[in-house]
Design a protein around this ligand. Structure first.
Ligand code: PLP
Length: 372
């Protein structure tokens, strides 16, 4: 006899913490064309033409290479990343995106009795990864100044602490000196998620030789225009890398992803020019919003802007931000609103697009100001 309520039966079989889990909410990825997509910090520009060539070469005439498993260690890519950072290949781990690396770090260091820490706001995937592991979470709140809570992080009992620098969704960059001050006193592993480092003034990679408890996470998704390819990496002591290697999927990075990422790293001039362009657009738009519109906009060291919209009557707040989100959505412009935290709910996070896209956005912001 089939069970009358199979759904609740399965719920009972599943681990309670998994059955109760709230999944991560990714930004919308509309299927149909015509959207201006400024909601997930992807690059508005295509990757280096060398990436496309490398992918064609890897596929070949008939795709025969796709029959074969990829190199399990992503060995050539590890070597290339190691050279890029002046490290040994045993100090590099390649993941299926930075998210894979973050997930494996949680798997290695976090459990019901081993807390993982993070700041609020920061990348909202961390608490989800901790929840999957049924781990204990320690969250530390920023105040409105967004100043890094150095003492609180250093004093936390977390086994692993995730620090997003520059932070998301605020775009605020942290001083390397402050990160070093944490490292001198914090007893756990400090993971600095440097997804946006290419757009920042400073990064913490130079601290790796002196600080055995530092792990840096980077990705090719944003600065290298390869979010669809899924390649990220960790830089750390061989002991940390060895742990990640123990728990990863055997073939965690596909053949095409390894080939494409290698080609991207082989064209640094192309990417340096793109990063310069995105930063120039970012800084110009930041100036427009702060001076022309009078909107408080965080100084950004990333490829997005975090701004507090002010309506025609001079009001700010969660309803104003949501109202502008809806107004833009109705005009097929996608941005991001994080409504669940007091420090983010009256802001919108808007990725830096092409100059053309930012012009259309600006026209729509001005239309909203007339309408609202
Ligand atoms: C986008 C993002 C990631 C995810 O990067 P992938 O390599 O695409 O998985 C990780 N951390 C932060 C802070 C991000 O914004």
């Amino acid at each position: 006899m089939p069970s009358r309520n199979p759904k609740s039966k399965i719920q009972d079989l599943a681990l309670p913490h998994v059955a109760a889990l709230h999944a991560y909410t990714p930004g919308l990825q509309p299927g149909e064309p015509g959207w201006i997509k400024l909601n997930t910090n992807e690059s508005p520009y295509p990757p280096s033409p060398r990436v496309v060539e490398a992918l064609r070469r890897e596929i070949g005439e008939d795709g025969a290479s796709l029959r074969l498993y990829p190199n399990p260690a992503s060995a050539a890519l590890r070597e290339a990343v190691a050279r890029l950072h002046g490290l040994g290949a045993d100090q590099v781990f390649i993941g299926n995106g930075a998210d894979d690396v973050l997930n494996l770090l949680v798997r290695c260091f976090c459990a019901p009795a081993s807390a993982a820490g993070f700041t609020l706001p920061s990348y909202s995937l961390y608490p989800v990864l901790v929840g999957i592991q049924d781990g204990r979470a320690v969250s530390l709140d920023f105040d409105r100044s967004m100043k890094l809570p150095v003492d609180a992080i250093a004093a936390s009992a977390a086994k692993v602490f995730f620090l997003t620098s520059p932070n998301a969704p605020t775009g605020v960059g942290f001083r390397t000196a402050d990160i070093e001050a944490i490292l001198r006193r914090f007893h756990g592993l400090l993971v600095v998620d440097e997804t946006y480092a290419a757009f920042a003034e400073e990064n913490a990679a130079g601290l790796l030789p002196q600080h055995p408890t530092l792990c840096i996470v980077r990705t090719l998704s944003k600065s290298h225009c390869l979010a669809g390819m899924r390649v990220g990496y960790a830089l750390a002591r061989p002991e940390v890398i060895g742990l990640l290697d123990r728990v990863k999927d055997s073939y965690n990075v596909s053949r095409l992803a390894q080939a494409g990422a290698l080609a991207a790293l082989g064209d640094p001039d192309y990417y340096a020019a793109l990063v310069r362009k995105i930063k120039a657009t970012r800084d110009r738009v930041h100036g427009q919003w702060t001076t022309k519109l009078g909107w408080f906009t965080q100084p950004s060291q990333a490829n997005f802007l975090f701004t507090e919209p002010r309506d025609r009557a001079g009001r700010t707040g969660p309803e104003v931000a949501r109202g502008l989100y809806d107004f833009l959505y109705a005009r097929k412009i996608l941005v991001r609103h994080f409504g669940s935290h007091a420090l983010t709910s009256s802001f919108l996070r808007i990725s830096v697009g092409t100059d053309g896209a930012m012009l259309v956005l600006q026209e729509n912001l001005e239309a909203w100001l007339k309408h609202a």
